[in-house]
Design a protein around this ligand. Structure first.
Ligand code: HEC
Length: 108
């Protein structure tokens, strides 16, 4: 029984840690202005970030996505956005924070 309780508390504290990390990244996304156009699970102006992750996860797209967030652009989600462009974020958002945001999106 003790072991079971220990196991449950380990699992739930890992969950809390993961949520805290996600909350930090979401706060960064909000502070950076991303959430004006993006949500996790639905389109706002830009595609939902879960959809972005589903498209690119595990395909070595990290550098391309970082470049897109830095310089902006359009054409990848025209069927979702009807051609609205993603604005450029460099140097408004630091390179380190852009990488953090892309890592967060790809981990969704
Ligand atoms: C003014 C609205 C707007 C804001 C603000 C915005 N985005 Fe976007 N984002 C878009 C649109 C529109 C697209 C789709 C672009 C396309 O079709 O290629 C997009 C696409 C993306 C993509 C996918 C790129 C691709 O090539 O598939 C990522 C990743 C992304 N945004 C991250 C971010 C991050 C991180 C921020 C904040 C630093 C942010 N966006 C802020 C509108 C926005």
């Amino acid at each position: 029984m003790k072991k079971l309780i220990l196991a449950i508390s380990l699992v739930s504290s890992a969950g809390i840690l993961a949520n805290t990390a996600a909350a930090d990244e979401l706060a960064l996304a909000k502070k950076s202005g991303c959430l004006a156009c993006h949500a996790i699970d639905k389109k706002i102006v830009g595609p939902g970030w879960k959809a972005v992750s589903d498209r690119y996860k595990g395909k070595g797209a990290k550098a391309d996505l970082i470049a897109k967030v830095k310089a902006g652009g359009k054409g990848s989600w025209t069927e979702v956005t009807r051609g609205v462009p993603m604005p450029p974020y460099s140097p408004r958002v630091s390179d380190a924070n852009i990488e953090k945001l892309v890592d967060f999106i790809l981990a969704l």
